[in-house]
Write a protein of this length. Sequence first.
Length: 496
Amino acid sequence: MIRANWIVFGKICKKDYLRKHSKSASTYGALESLSGINGLTAKPTKYVLCTALTSCAKTLNWHLGIHIHAYMIRSGYEDNLFLSSALVDFYAKCFAIVDARKVFSGMKIHDPVSWTSLINGFSINGQGRDALLLFKKMLCSQIKPNCHTFVSAISACVGQNGALEHCSTLHAHVIKRGYDTNNFVVSSLIACYANWGHIGDAILLFGETSEKDIVVYNSMISGYSQNLYSEDALKLFVEMKKKNLSPTDHTLCTILNACSSLAVLLQGRQVHSLVIKMGSARNVFVANALIDMYSKGGDIDDAQCVLDQTSKKDIVLWTTMIMGYAQCGRGSEALELFDCLLTKQELVPDNITFTAVLTACNHAGFLDKGVEYFNKMTTDYGLSPDIDQYACLIDLYARNGNLSKARALMEEMPHDPNYVIWSSFLSSCKIYGDVELGREAAEQLIKMDPCNAAPYLTLAHIYARKGLWNEVAEMRRLVHQRRIRKSAGWSWVEVD
DNA sequence: CTAGGGTTAG
């Protein structure tokens, strides 16, 4: 399930990324210097073309990039190693990995740069497996991988099922070749180990590395944070400052996230003053992390202050704030804020904004309003609800006692109900004592995760409340037979 | 003249 979400998320990121970066200022500079391309007097040299291609890769300027490719063919630059490598990189960065591979295959000779470009291309296109296969192929070729290659190969192991072993193997190669003093390599290794929950290996490597730069510290701090060692993240942050390394906006975001999960307002406020001192409050990522930190820390008013003081607000900031109100039980204020956002008409709400709004309705028990907002999504904003918004609506109906409507929605929606949906539905079945629907929900949950005792327990509870003691005994037998581990405080019939 | 690291936010 986690893997599936990751793929979906990857797609969303890709789309957003293309939209945000499709044309930035530097591209126009490149365009001007290339004015010769369309038959004007000065012909661009191969050096200019190469720099322009790099620029196209960075700014995702697809149009100019393919134009240059065509020009390369016309001008006989097709076999230039530098230009071809840049072309591989361009196609890969623009998510046209098939074209990148085609260019690579058509090259008469390869060098570490062309190999690395394609390996990295597979990696950033979410094809870590192919990236690693290509790396293996490279090892069999005449060309030896360098630091750049290792960084790309190691990054390919992140989020790739079963790639932890590859990461360790790559680490061994790195040590053998003496690349373990390179900070680029070290930071990618730390991130990979942390990603797989092997925080011990990450710590070991971090400790062995001398002359660590800010990114290596950032990797380790976020590694701690990801693995819920938030206190260690804060400690390392302090240590980093003692070493006179000055935090970047990345550092501030990560450390604020750690403060959020610890719900520590005191430290969060200290980081906030540092944010102001560094002038990072303008960075929307940092501002967002601040709002989230104050919300989770229980100071929703200070969260609102941050939002008010941020001049360039985007939809994510508003959404975080709405979610903050929703989660602390101030549903009406969440909806007021949302209406305020709508009246400004500067920003357009997206699916996640509606998740926040529906969460607010859910926590406040506003069934009618929830349904209204859910319908508005499609009619007024042309959005198609994804599984998260359906989950809110289903939960809204179920919590209000309309279990059959909730169940019907699960059938009607264009998604398969996930674990979260069945699980919240089961809770509602428990509240309203619905044996039939409760049994179905529990069966689905057990099928999805056979080792979790919770659905057995809840169903047994529903049976017990109806005096169905034979069924309670059956549940007990199943748990025993299937050797399901019970956690502390676990009992057959809860005492309300 | 070509390739590489860290949250890419809710």
